[in-house]
Design a protein. Sequence first.
Length: 316
Amino acid sequence: MQTIVTDSAEEAAKILNSGGVVAFPTETVYGLGAGIYCADAIRQVFCAKGRPGDNPLIVHIYSIEQLGDVAGDINSGAQKLIEQFFPGPLTLVLKKNPQIPDSVTAGLDTVGVRCPLNPVAREFLRRCSGPVAAPSANLSGLPSATRWETVYGDLHGKIDCVLRGEPSSIGLESTIIDCSGSVPTLLRAGAITLEQLRAVLPEIRLNVPAADEEKVPKCPGLKYPHYAPKATVLLCEGNEKIIVGPSSGYIGLSKPPEGALVVKVCSNLEEYGRELFSFFRRCDAEGIKVIYCELPSNKGIGRAIRDRLLRASGKD
Ligand code: TXA
Ligand code: MG
């Protein structure tokens, strides 16, 4: 299959509307989109990524009016979060509208819904004839793609189109809050921070794995290895003295260790989040064997960076 690369949201939406699979930019990471009612395209999304069928897809909408097509009952907590944070880098898990195919939600009775803010994503979604299911546009298990070139490298020949945009401005996947039960729960940390969310809904709790989590995980995707580069990820503290071996990389806020070959010193946590996945990709491309990563605290967006680093290092 030939993969078309285009700058035109109109062309990309036409391809999706005729049953194609289209990667598109969002402010978090690039998404791999298919129309939710297009069974073949949904199958192709799982197949192109090598994604297990029991891992549900997030449904992307253009406007809040489309929510009713996707979700069933929207409680007052969810309503508050929608008012405050949609459109933006937040996904809400809600009771699903029964018309959403099981292949999208992996048979769950809930659905993840997100309304992106990135203008190219919005232009694309506005031209799509209905809601668009989209996981991150990367091969399963690899770090999410924050640049169109990375999407193309992972998926060309397996998808119909890449809508080319700027690198993602946040660089980390959306915050996910489960609003389908009695207590809203943070399933995945992201750029909308726990502090910001609790300012609107103080009762939001952290995801504590239940005893039966192995059988019925709250967030099915979290049981799979994620975000990991081929290189080994080692975590370090800012003030730690590290002796690096050959072929090492470093990313963090503090001064890099002497001898690291590929280095990214970030001036703040936002830059760290934006650069992390593309740094992992760069290190793999340059044959780096060990990446030292400074582990930030759980404050603000540090929680999301910390989460991705712990997963990438195999510690979570
Ligand atoms: O920022 C993002 O969220 C990006 C962009 C493209 O929107 N998408 C993304 O999709 O990161 P993906 O598929 O890579 O991660 C979605 C996560 C998975 O861990 C999945 O299990 C979880 O969301 N998820 C989706 N639907 C769910 C549901 N109904 N209940 C619980 N978890 C759900
Ligand atoms: Mg993903």
